[in-house]
Design a protein around this ligand. Structure first.
Ligand code: NDP
Length: 247
C-alpha cells in the first residue's frame, strides 16, 4: 500500500522537540520528506533529522528563530529548494508567556506576537509561492484560543486567537487553488513547555473531560489526517485535540 504522503515534502516549524517533533516524525512515517526549524537546540534537531532519515525519508534541520521575519521566510524557501517542492507547511513553533497582565512587558508582547502571529503569517506567505493543488497549511493554535479556563492567559490567548482569522481568510483565498488551510487546537500536552508533572498540571488535567494530559503523538495524528488525502475536503476548520478542555 502506498504511504498517504509518499512524494510530498513538508516543513514543520519548531520541529525538534515536543508536538513539532511528533508531527515531523509522523509526517515522515506517512511518507513525506520533512524539514524542520529550531531556535537553539541543534542536537535535538539533528536527532529528529536522523530518525526521519532512518525511516527512509529526506530530512533537513534549519536554525530559524520564528521571531525573525527574514529567517522564517528563508526557512520556507530553503525547504522547498532542498526537496524541489513544498506541499505541507505546519506552523508549530510557539511562545508561551503566561501571567497577570500587570506582569507582561512590552517586550513580551512583541515577542509573543512575532512568534505566534507574524511568523505563521509570513511562513504561509512564503509557502504560497511553492504550494500547488493539494497543498496544506496547518497551524497549531491552543485550546486557550477557545476557552480560557484560568487567569493569566491574556497575551497567549490573544496571539493564538489570531490564528482563527488567518485560517478562515486564507482558506477562502487559497481554496480555488486546491490548497486547504486548517488550525489544530491542542489541550494540555506533555512537552517541555507544559510538562505533565509541572506546577499547574493537576489543575490543567482536571479542566479536561478526560482528566489527563495528551501526548504529542495524539496531536500529530490529527495533523497527519489533515495533511493526507483524508483531509481533502477539510478547510478553514479549527479542530480541538484537547481531551475536552474547551467543552
Ligand atoms: P516545546 O517547548 O516542547 O517545543 C518547542 C519547539 O519549538 C522546539 O523544537 C523549539 O526549538 C522550537 N521553538 C521554540 N521557539 C522557537 C522559535 N522562536 N523559533 C523557532 N523554533 C522555536 O513546545 P510544545 O511542543 O509544547 O508546543 C508546540 C506548539 O503547541 C506551540 O505553538 C504551543 O503554543 C502549542 N501548544 C502547546 C500546548 C502544550 O500543552 N504543550 C497546548 C496548546 C498549544 P528549540 O529547542 O531550538 O528552542
Amino acid at each position: 500500500m502506498t504511504a498517504p504522503l509518499e512524494g510530498k515534502a513538508a516543513l514543520v516549524t519548531g520541529g525538534s522537540r515536543g508536538i513539532g517533533a511528533a508531527v515531523a516524525l509522523r509526517l515522515a512515517e506517512d511518507g513525506a520528506d520533512v524539514a524542520l526549524t529550531f531556535q537553539s537546540g541543534e542536537r535535538a534537531a539533528q536527532e529528529i533529522v536522523d530518525r526521519i532519515k532512518g525511516l527512509g525519508r529526506r530530512a533537513l534541520a534549519v536554525r530559524a528563530d520564528s521571531a525573525e521575519a527574514t529567517a522564517v521566510r528563508a526557512a520556507v524557501d530553503e525547504a522547498a529548494a532542498e526537496f524541489g517542492r513544498l506541499d505541507i507547511l505546519v506552523n508549530n513553533a510557539g511562545a508561551g508567556v503566561l501571567g497577570p497582565i500587570a506582569d507582561i512587558s512590552s517586550a513580551d508582547v512583541d515577542r509573543v506576537l512575532a512568534v505566534n502571529v507574524r511568523a505563521p503569517y509570513l511562513a504561509a506567505q512564503a509557502a504560497v509561492a511553492h504550494l500547488r493543488e493539494g497543498g496544506r497549511i496547518i497551524s497549531i493554535g491552543s485550546c486557550m484560543a477557545e476557552r480560557v479556563a484560568f487567569p493569566g492567559g491574556s497575551l497567549y490567548a490573544m496571539s493564538k486567537s489570531a490564528m482563527t482569522g488567518m485560517t478562515k481568510a486564507l482558506a477562502r483565498e487559497l481554496g480555488p487553488n486546491g490548497i486547504t488551510v486548517n488550525l489544530v487546537h491542542p489541550g494540555p500536552i506533555d512537552t517541555d513547555m507544559n510538562p505533565a508533572d509541572g506546577e499547574s498540571a493537576e489543575m490543567q488535567a482536571g479542566l479536561t473531560a478526560l482528566g489527563r494530559y495528551g501526548r504529542p503523538s495524539e496531536v500529530a495524528a490529527t495533523v497527519a489526517h489533515l495533511a493526507g488525502p483524508a483531509g481533502d475536503y477539510i478547510s478553514g476548520a479549527s479542530i480541538a485535540v484537547d481531551g475536552g478542555f474547551a467543552v
